[in-house]
Design a protein around this ligand. Structure first.
Ligand code: NAD
Length: 253
């Protein structure tokens, strides 16, 4: 069912939430647009400005590693000042109420952690852009350290003392998916009774495989996104509205 208006959407969603014991939210960039972080595929999204740098290109080219860090630091002001939005706060309320055991996200912005959901209960499928890792020895680097090296070297990406390249702790196109996160995502998906896909175009695979997996395992599937997605026909409820408006009534306290 595609809900005809906001009131119906909120009432239908409220009923499904009330009936559910184990809700699994699955979030995408759309939940963070009201926090000032552009998504990828909307008309003013990041994709339009800069095509992503695939992993093999990052590995092969020092210039592209420099470019990748330049782009990251251009975005820093936006990431640093973003606060959880109404969608994040509503999901955190459901988490505190015991309805949401854990959350699956494609986002890399750390806003679910900032909303009060414990880090161990957030499964990040595409990593996190608020810190960096050495791709060889996995040493963690803070962005302030990378920035200082970058600025004092004439805008060159620093390498780790082991010789490995340092990259934000995100998963680029062509980079292997994190095995643990995928395994946990699958387990959570198989055991939920309500799957809430929020703010994702559902075109990035393998993450996009989770909503149909949930449905095939007997969970109710809800898709909240202002644009149609490929899985709308499979969903029990489709809400084509603004995420903040739809989820605001579920913010507790
Ligand atoms: P996407 O850009 O492909 O899709 C976002 C969807 O959200 C779009 O269909 C858009 O119409 C919808 N949307 C945007 N704002 C909305 C709103 N306020 N209400 C309702 N719908 C809204 O994003 P994706 O599916 O998450 O996949 C893109 C990849 O980009 C992900 O892997 C993610 O890691 C990465 N990404 C993350 C962030 C972030 O962490 N905030 C931002 C940009 C991109």
């Amino acid at each position: 069912m595609i809900t005809p208006n906001l009131a119906t959407a909120i009432s239908e969603l409220g009923g499904l939430i009330e009936d559910a014991d184990r809700i699994l939210p699955f979030t995408g960039a759309g939940i963070s647009t009201e926090c000032g972080i552009p998504d990828f595929r909307s008309p003013c999204g990041l994709w339009i400005k800069n095509q992503p740098i695939p992993f093999d290109v990052f590995m092969a080219s020092g210039e592209m590693r420099d470019e990748s860090w330049r782009r990251r630091f251009v975005m820093e002001e936006i990431f640093a000042k973003a606060k959880p939005g109404r969608g994040h706060r509503a999901l955190a309320s459901l988490y505190r109420a015991g309805k949401v055991p854990a959350l699956l996200t494609q986002n890399i912005d750390n806003l679910h952690q900032d909303s009060g959901i414990a880090t161990q209960d957030i499964v990040e499928l595409h990593g996190n852009t608020t810190y960096a890792l050495c791709l060889e020895c996995e040493t963690r680097y803070e962005l302030s350290w990378v920035r200082e090296k970058f600025d004092t070297s004439g805008q060159h990406a620093p390498d780790c003392s082991c010789g490995g390249h340092i990259k934000t702790a995100t998963v680029s196109f062509g980079q292997a998916m994190p095995v643990d996160a995928m395994r946990r995502g699958e387990e959570l998906t198989r055991h939920c009774d309500l799957f809430l896909a929020v703010g994702s175009s559902l075109v990035v695979w393998p993450a996009a495989g989770f909503p149909p997996m949930a449905k095939h395992n007997g969970a109710a599937l809800v898709i909240i996104n202002r644009e149609p997605t490929e899985f709308d026909a499979l969903a029990d409820l489709v809400v084509r509205g603004d995420i903040g408006d739809v989820l605001a009534p579920f913010i507790a306290g």
